[in-house]
Design a binder for this molecule. Structure first.
Ligand code: SAM
Length: 221
């Protein structure tokens, strides 16, 4: 049996150390127009929905989802990012932040009719994507709406790929302000890979491909 946590302890530590500097990734000048579009587009997908947000990080997207959603249950593995998320200006009772693993999803509420994952898919090994998709679909109500947001590889803007492993996963070398270096799994899936991955659970999937981002939206069967 595949251990759902098998690829992530290293990633957990990297994001734990990066918590206070994480949101600078949203300051890249060349990405501002697409981000502005996404800050409008993504919340509208979840109007009046009860949303499970996986790997929510510092709550950057949670604060925007909370404008349109009925409620957001947002989880992450790292307390250091959840502490920052809890300080976001979100109306009382609109969002709950809690610790949970994004692949096993143990302990997440079973009452959500939507899910959002921002910049998480790219950190899941290709061999574990099917498990993530299956577990997510099992935690949600039938017909639930799902949106997955992540990065397109953009030369000159993305960190270069430093290594590709035997199953085709790609890696980047990332450096923190402290000088600490981490090798981080970061995949840039093709449109075909994405639609094939969700086919077992999705009624139909729509992929919106931008220069710096992609957004996959589908309803569960
Ligand atoms: C690229 S960040 C995305 C954060 C946020 N979704 C955003 O879009 O700004 C990836 C997040 O995954 C979290 N993470 C790493 N391993 C995890 C795991 N096994 N389960 C849940 N979250 C995990 C990290 O703590 C980090 O906050």
């Amino acid at each position: 049996m595949i251990d759902p946590r098998s690829t992530t302890p290293h990633l957990e530590r990297y994001y734990s150390r990066r918590a206070s500097e994480y949101e600078t990734v949203y300051d890249k000048p060349e990405r501002q127009a697409e981000l502005a579009w996404l800050r409008e587009r993504v919340p509208r997908i979840f109007r009046n929905r009860i949303v499970l947000e996986v790997a929510c990080g510092t709550g950057y997207w949670t604060q925007h989802l909370a404008r349109e959603a009925k409620r957001v249950y947002a989880c992450d593995i790292n307390e250091s990012v959840l502490e920052i998320a809890r300080e976001k200006p979100i109306p009382a009772g609109k969002a709950t932040f809690f610790k949970a693993d994004a692949v096993s999803l143990e302990g997440v509420p079973g009452t959500c009719n939507a899910a959002f994952a921002g910049f998480w898919w790219s950190h899941v090994k290709k061999s574990e994507i099917a498990l993530f998709v299956k577990n997510l679909s099992l935690r949600l109500e039938p017909g639930a709406r799902v949106a997955i947001l992540d990065n397109t590889f953009a030369h000159g803007s993305s960190t270069p790929i430093s290594r590709t492993d035997a199953e085709g996963n790609t890696y980047q070398m990332r450096k923190l302000a402290s000088g600490e270096q981490f090798e981080v799994l970061k995949n840039f899936p093709s449109a075909l890979e994405l639609t094939e991955a969700v086919r077992p659970v999705a009624r139909e999937a729509h992929l919106e491909s931008l220069t710096y981002y992609w957004l996959l939206v589908f309803d569960l069967k």
